[in-house]
Design a protein around this ligand. Structure first.
Ligand code: LMR
Length: 353
């Protein structure tokens, strides 16, 4: 069992390392420090030390994901009566987008809730634009066999997938109006690390830029980026509406999460503790999924009343042009996404919007 005790100083040091080598090096250093403290007899017996689970994520604590992470902490710590401590690190405090995935594989952090886009492989099917007509269609897929199979497929990568958490449909923001497909031409648009999202922007004639969420505000502010796509909650919580002039309610793609753990760590937990944690996570999941949609509605309202940028809802005709340009079936076949997955989603959910 891994027992981590990190001081604030150590956490800061971990944050500063970037890339695989840095994460590994810091991991070893922190491990050595912990061992030396124990051998000097400065800590109570190891048996009494709580199991520490570090849960890192990249959005603010007041988003649905941020709140659900804290709900999980509260339930897990209460129900294990001090045997487990959950340390939640929001807003890329500990690791940014790409780093957190490396850190999980190395065991430097135990739990994450990245967007499905960042999991790559078959999960990129969820990035296909205009695939889900509504939130219920998306839920049908992840709550069914396909959702379970996809989580299981992560085990080959040393990751155990425990749950799906919702966020919602994405909107576009930019420093100019985005109404017809032609308006995207030549714009530098931030996307998450997903080949499908990169292709989406190429098809729209813009220049995709993959960057960590925490860097987006500054890049939009100083003009290195022209726009980005995200859910209203992520736009507001990262203050992106303060550095953009236009928002288009395109609802073109869905953003959701998988709660994942380092498989070796999870498998080695005492079974009774693991069961308790899984029960706590089930409740935190129900909570996340019960608030996500309303949080996005509220965020979009907040953006509208802020008066900071102009909000545009495309006409059916304009959306028809977007859909033809971003046809999900054509995109899947060219992106190496299994056509069976797309067909299975279509069959389960009915025709797209
Ligand atoms: C993004 O990078 O834009 C999102 O994946 C952030 C998040 O976790 O919602």
């Amino acid at each position: 069992m891994t027992v981590h005790h990190h001081s604030g100083h150590e956490i800061n040091a971990i944050r500063q390392c970037s890339g695989l080598k840095g994460i590994l090096k810091k991991c070893v250093a922190v491990g050595a420090a912990a061992v030396s403290v124990f051998s000097m007899g400065m800590q109570p017996a190891l048996a009494q030390a709580p199991i520490v689970i570090q849960f890192s994520h990249v959005v603010t604590a007041d988003t649905a994901k941020g709140k659900a992470a804290l709900k999980f902490k509260e339930l897990a710590e209460t129900r294990t009566a001090g045997k487990v401590r959950i340390e939640v690190y929001p807003n890329s405090q500990l690791y940014k987008d790409r780093e957190e995935m490396d850190a999980l594989k190395l065991g430097a952090v135990q739990m994450l809730a990245p967007s499905l886009s960042k999991l790559g492989g078959d999960f990129e099917v969820f990035d296909l634009p205009f695939l889900f007509q509504d939130h219920a269609a998306y839920r049908k897929v992840v709550d069914g066999n396909m959702g379970a199979d996809l989580l299981r497929s992560l085990e080959l990568r040393g990751i155990k997938g425990l749950a799906y958490w919702d966020n919602g449909f994405k909107v576009f923001t930019a420093n100019r109006p985005l109404q017809s497909v032609q308006d995207f031409k030549g714009l530098r648009i931030r996307v998450q690390a997903s080949r499908t999202l990169v292709r989406q922007m190429n098809l729209l004639g813009s220049e995709p830029s993959v960057s960590p969420l925490i860097n987006v505000f500054e890049a939009l502010r100083n003009g290195r980026l022209d726009g980005q796509e995200n859910t209203p909650v992520n736009v507001v919580s990262q203050r992106l509406h303060e550095v953009q002039s236009h928002l288009t309610v395109s609802n073109h793609g869905y953003l959701a999460y998988a709660v994942i753990v380092n498989k070796t760590f999870w498998d080695k937990l005492p079974p009774a503790i693991r069961d308790t944690l899984e029960g706590a996570l089930r409740e935190a999941t129900a909570y996340a999924n019960s608030i996500a949609e309303a949080e996005n509605t509220k965020a979009l309202e907040r953006i509208k009343v802020s008066g900071k940028l102009s909000v545009y809802t495309p006409s059916e005709q304009e959306l028809g042009q977007w859909r033809a340009t971003l046809d999900p079936v054509a995109m899947a076949s060219r992106s190496g996404i299994s056509p069976e997955l797309v067909t299975a989603i279509r069959t389960a959910t009915g025709p797209p919007r």
